[in-house]
Structures are given as C-alpha cells and as structure tokens.
Design a protein. Sequence first.
Length: 162
Amino acid sequence: MPELIDPSEIMFTPFEPKTKNRYIMYIEGIPAYLVKTAKRPSIEFEEITLDHINVKRYIKGKGAWAAIDVTLYDPVVPSAAQAVMEWVRLSHESVTGRDGYSDFYKKDVTFNMLGPVGDVVEEWTLKGAWIKSADFGEIDYGSSDPVEITVSMRYDYAILQF
C-alpha cells in the first residue's frame, strides 16, 4: 500500500531564511561596523582507517576548526590598520622581536546572525581566536575603492550558542 503524503509537506510552508547581510561581529578592540565580510566556522575531522583482513572500516579522528577570513574596512578614523596592529603586537612585537603570552593575544569573538527585525537568531562564539595573518590590502592610483584589510583568524573551537 502506498504511503500517504502529508499535505503540509507538499504545500507552501512559510519560513524566513537567514540572509548573509544580517549579522554583527564583535571583536574586542575592533568596532563592529568595520567588519565587511566574514566566514562562518567550519570543522573537518581526520579519518582513521581500521584494516581487517579484506575490508576497511573508518572512524572519526580528531577535529580541526578551519581558520576564518574577516575583511575590514579601513577608514581614516578609527583606523582598522591600527586596531589590527595593536592585536598583532599582543602576540609579536616587530621592533623588539618579543612574543606575547597566549593569555594576552587570544580573544573570544562573537557574531550574531540577525532576523529581519534585528533580533538575534543565531550566535557563534569563537574561543581563543588570534590573528594568524593580516593583509593590509593594496593601494592604487587608478582606483577610488575603499582600502580593506583581510585578517585570517585561527581559533581553538567554536560554539553555536543557539
């Protein structure tokens, strides 16, 4: 006997998609309005192979959270370049060559996905984030585009709060 289809599964079901442009990212020392683009967290697990006679079985190994890139606008005031360099100096001082303790340069980063009326519908917290690389962008006499900075952040793990 054929399975009956629930009419609610084939008829229009209202839903509100999350959109890429509704978010606020909070990074200590960097104003939220300077964040232009960011990537949501992603995790990948190692694969462990268990060999047994003529077959292979696979199990999950250690997980690793991928670094994320954040693009910042760099206005005259407040200078995003200065804010990024202040964070970098917590981990490495270019003039003296000294490095800092991880307790100083690791920060928690939060970003909220917003609903259509500004309500927080999803919250991520990146624990122990630090700057892996900072690209202060290019300048060009032939362009009037705004200067942007790309920061790659590595973090220990991410928590999807809700």
